[in-house]
Design a protein around this ligand. Structure first.
Ligand code: HEC
Length: 291
């Protein structure tokens, strides 16, 4: 290849590329002939691409870390919903409603026709091999494209209209819209709009009472947790609202509801005294939500 600047040499390029016309296969060009105008794909160009890729990726990560994905509403299995795909799949969704694409023909509808459509998109460079570049000089490819675009728009619109009609016919309001409206009404009335019901944290009464030690020693902690919020057993915070001292004493001695075993013997053999248990029951009875 030309390393020397020989201005008399007539250079013929292939098409609009900088690749010289040769005979037979196009030989890989030697880019040293174009200093500053081109560069090797490997490693120079690829490295730059990777750098950009990394910057974008890190930017993305920073964004996702900065703004954690919000928890949505808890799913409500009893709500009646009309399941809908995201908008960009609406056309396929609508397509599957047609008799020749569903029922006995569902394989045709799900794999056959979309497969041919997307497959031919992949094969376009091999199928549409004319020299012409302008779309109006490539009637087959262009008309297929316009036909596809038109049918996608049509099907999407149809699916959405159908959905709206179904909603109206069944008198449904999608849950997220219902909630939005509720939130708007609340805002207008000046009420807090936070959608998740805020659970009032019930504090432990007399946290530093020696009963806390007994609670651990008597193994209550293994089922009701060190913070009293419950594990295998229920939370004992505010349990004084429900049970008095005597009741709690009998819960310890006899178990509760058949689900909590009697733990009295276990506690005694763990070295807990009767007085300590008595005090524990007293302390638990003091655990009330309102003080
Ligand atoms: C093996 C696990 C386990 C251990 C150990 C245990 N509990 Fe329980 N406890 C439970 C379960 C389960 C329930 C809920 C029973 C039910 O569903 O009614 C319960 C319920 C209770 C209740 C009634 C709560 C309510 O909301 O009505 C009290 C009070 C209680 N436990 C106190 C204790 C105390 C005090 C100890 C320690 C001496 C203790 N528990 C040890 C499993 C345990």
């Amino acid at each position: 290849m030309a390393h020397k600047d020989n201005s008399k040499e007539k250079i013929v390029y292939v098409g609009d590329s900088r690749v010289r016309k040769g005979s037979g296969f196009i030989t890989p060009p030697d880019y040293t002939a174009y200093p500053g105008k081109s560069e090797a794909f490997i490693p120079n160009f690829l490295l730059k691409e990777w750098m950009v890729g990394v910057v974008v990726l890190v930017g993305f990560l920073v964004l996702t870390i900065a703004e954690p994905a919000p928890l949505g509403y808890p799913a409500n299995p009893t709500a009646s919903v009309i399941p809908m795909p995201d908008w960009y799949f609406l056309f396929l969704y609508q397509f599957l409603k047609y008799p020749y694409a569903s029922g006995d023909y569902v394989v045709l509808g799900t794999l056959g026709i979309p497969g041919v459509a997307f497959g031919s998109l992949l094969l376009a460079p091999f199928l549409d091999r004319g020299k012409e570049r302008r779309f109006y000089k490539r009637p087959i490819a262009s008309s297929l494209m316009f036909l596809s675009l038109a049918s996608i728009v049509y099907l999407t619109n149809f699916a959405w209209t159908h959905y709206q009609e179904e909603l109206k016919a069944t008198g449904q309001v999608p849950e997220h819209i219902q909630r939005e409206e509720e939130a708007r009404e609340k805002r207008e009335q000046g009420l807090p709009t936070s959608n998740a019901p805020k659970q009032q944290e019930v504090a432990i009464v007399d946290k530093d009472d020696p009963a806390m030690e007994t609670y651990k020693k008597a193994t209550c902690v293994s089922c009701h947790a060190a913070d009293l919020k419950g594990a295998a057993g229920p939370s004992l915070r505010g349990v004084g609202d429900k049970h008095g001292k005597e009741e709690i004493m009998s819960i310890i001695k006899e178990g509760y509801n058949g689900k909590m075993p009697a733990v009295y013997d276990t506690a005694i053999s763990a070295g807990v005294t009767d007085e300590e248990l008595d005090h524990l029951a007293e302390w638990l009875a003091k655990q009330k939500t309102e003080q």
